[in-house]
Design a protein. Structure first.
Length: 136
């Protein structure tokens, strides 16, 4: 019961965190998010405009959060979260600097990794073992 509760709590916390950041910061155009994505856009020589970069990240985070909420796709969502947070952490290290967004990305990545570690045995246990008969 405790492990199942922890797995559910991690899924919900990571999903809510991703949705909060996407909806209230990226989609709403919060000044802090606009400043960060403007800096990223400048660093990549305007390859993508700040608004496209920011809204694209918000859409991706929303999709990943929905994947985490569905039990059948939660492992895929957690894996995508780890990959996404790796990119976010590297962008903070090399371009944006350290702050609350960096700490949030670290926390979300650690929780997604814990979720993957807690659920890795479930995928093996769900498959029935085939019992072979050998002719002697």
């Amino acid at each position: 019961m405790g492990k199942r509760f922890a797995i559910l709590a991690i899924r919900l916390f990571v999903s809510v965190n991703l949705l909060y950041v996407a909806i209230f910061l990226k989609f709403a155009g919060a000044p802090g998010a606009v400043a960060l994505f403007s800096l990223l856009s400048q660093r990549f020589h305007g390859l993508a405009s700040q608004s496209i970069f920011r809204l694209g990240a918000g859409v991706f985070e929303t999709v990943v959060a929905i994947l985490l909420l569905i039990p059948e796709t939660a492992t895929l969502g957690a894996g995508l979260t780890v990959v996404w947070m790796t990119a976010v952490i590297l962008s903070h290290i090399f371009v944006l600097g350290y702050g609350w967004f960096f700490v949030d990305a670290l926390m979300v990545m650690v929780l997604a990794l814990i979720y993957l570690l807690l659920t890795r045995d479930r995928s093996r246990c769900d498959k029935p073992e085939s019992v072979g008969t050998s002719a002697a």
